[in-house]
Design a protein around this ligand. Structure first.
Ligand SMILES: *Cc1c(COP(=O)(O)O)cnc(C)c1O
Length: 454
């Protein structure tokens, strides 16, 4: 069968409030041309993030009702722990309210000034937590990972020669080696099992632990099954187990590949580190059998983990992005290749080449997508990264628009609609104008800055 259908039926729906183009132009103007300031019910297709926006299944909502809210020792915790351990067999599984809380626990214990923590590419919050502890967060992606238009099966891989060099030169300053799967900041690109094993081997050869930021572990396993030699006949669960078997622990956001709206965890094999982490957890998150979550959240995660490794789901998930990316590519819209697991990235600097980087082509495209079709994406470019600490400005490395797909939320006709909106824009793209910033905070300006069209 050629058509890959959504492998679910819909029992409960959220209506989309339809808006007109005139209304959207007014709403965007009132929001100071900042998409973060829109009310989400004024958005038709919300692709701002795939984090916490998943549709939960009937079984997850059922599990919510069985959640036990006891302060200590709730059965919900033991169901959560067993579900995690079924996929990732770590000795200590410590719940936290989000991925960044798990990162904070880990790095507040092992990072300090003078140390350096390498990764294929650190996610922003991971980098933030490492830097907050005074250590250096070092990205070592492979060269192919830095070229948007280049096709490569495992563009999220780490440059192992660079890692080896770092360990040889500064091994004693490296408290651990990290790997982010999939490589989110690098475009949702997968990491091969071979690369994961190689990085773990180098870390272990130098007596250092190897940790995985596993937010999109199931998508990564699906890409391994599709693309890595010898993995085609293996189940997703086997691949997931192999992925984590070589690691000494993980951080996780359950808002990604656990189909939950909130939650996360830190997992460790080291008894002493786990004891310190639990002590800190009690200070900052909660008792170790709930970690800042309600019992019902733990049950939603436990059930979600049994669903995320379903191949029919993963096939539909990854295909939706690939489909949109292929259609855009055919139309001449430059997209990051190949499509990543959770998002489509459009190279706005190249597509809207008449808009100079300091007039924010990525942001201009994001605004145009909203005005034209009510689609909310996210600029990842000069608005987000262009402001320097001294207040000056320079172009970011790239000006991209990320269209992140919530899990199980949108259907094929939504995907076709997204493509159509691009078709409309393509016909008048030379008229899309840049913007200037009229008000901005000293840092993290993309969330609150206000703009005016030029
Ligand atoms: C989302 C994310 C995090 C942080 O998780 P939160 O639950 O948002 O705090 C860390 N790493 C990666 C790769 C992520 O995508």
């Amino acid at each position: 069968m050629k058509t890959i259908i959504e492998p679910f039926r819909i029992k409960s729906v959220e209506p989309i409030r339809m808006t007109t183009r005139e209304e959207r132009e007014r709403l965007l103007k009132e929001a100071g041309y900042n998409l973060f300031k829109l009310h989400s019910d004024d958005v038709l297709i919300d692709l701002l993030t795939d984090s916490g926006t998943s549709a939960m299944s009937a079984a997850q909502w059922g599990a919510v009702m069985t959640g036990d809210e006891s302060y200590a020792g709730a059965p919900s915790f033991y169901r959560f722990e067993a579900a995690v351990r079924d996929l990732m067999d770590f000795k200590h599984i410590i719940p936290a309210h989000q991925g960044r809380a798990a990162e904070h626990l880990l790095f507040s214990l092992i990072a300090k000034p003078g140390l350096v923590i390498p990764s294929n590419t650190h996610f922003d919050t991971t980098r933030g937590n490492i830097e907050a502890a005074g250590a250096e967060a070092l990205d070592l992606p492979i060269a192919e990972g830095k070229i948007p238009s280049l096709d490569h099966p495992f563009k999220g891989n780490m440059d192992l020669a660079e890692l080896e060099r770092l360990m040889a030169e500064r091994g004693e300053d490296v408290p651990c080696v990290m790997m982010t799967i999939t490589n989110n900041a690098g475009g949702g690109q997968p990491v091969s099992l071979e690369n994961i094993r190689g990085a773990a081997e180098i870390a272990h050869a130098h007596g250092k632990p190897f940790f995985i930021d596993g937010c999109r572990f199931a998508e990564n396993a699906w890409f391994i099954k599709l693309r890595e030699n010898g993995q085609q006949d293996r189940s997703i669960k086997e691949i997931v187990r192999d992925t984590f078997r070589v690691s000494d622990g993980m951080t996780m956001s359950a808002k990604k590949d656990a189909f939950a709206n909130i939650g996360g965890w830190l997992a460790l094999n080291d008894d002493s580190l786990a004891e310190q982490a639990r002590t800190r957890l009690i200070q900052t998150e909660g008792f170790p059998t709930y970690g800042g979550l309600a019992g019902r959240d733990l049950d939603a995660i436990a059930q979600g983990l049994t669903e995320i490794v379903d191949e029919d789901y993963l096939r539909y998930r990854v295909r939706t992005n690939a489909y949109i990316a292929e259609r855009l590519d055919e139309m001449g819209v430059p997209v990051m290749k190949p499509a990543g697991g959770h998002a489509v990235f459009v190279d706005a600097r190249e597509w809207l080449s008449h808009i100079p980087p300091l007039e924010y082509p990525g942001h201009a495209l994001a605004c145009a997508l909203y005005e034209e079709g009510g689609i909310r994406g996210c600029e990842i470019g000069t608005v987000m990264f262009g402001r320097k600490p001294d207040g000056s400005e320079e172009p970011a490395r790239m000006d991209l628009v990320r269209l992140a797909m919530p899990r199980r939320v949108y259907t094929q006709s939504h995907a076709d609609y997204i493509v159509e909106v691009f078709e409309e824009l393509a016909a008048r793209k030379d008229d899309i104008r840049g913007l200037k910033i009229v008000k901005e905070p000293p840092m993290m300006r993309h969330f609150t800055a206000e703009f005016e069209p030029l």
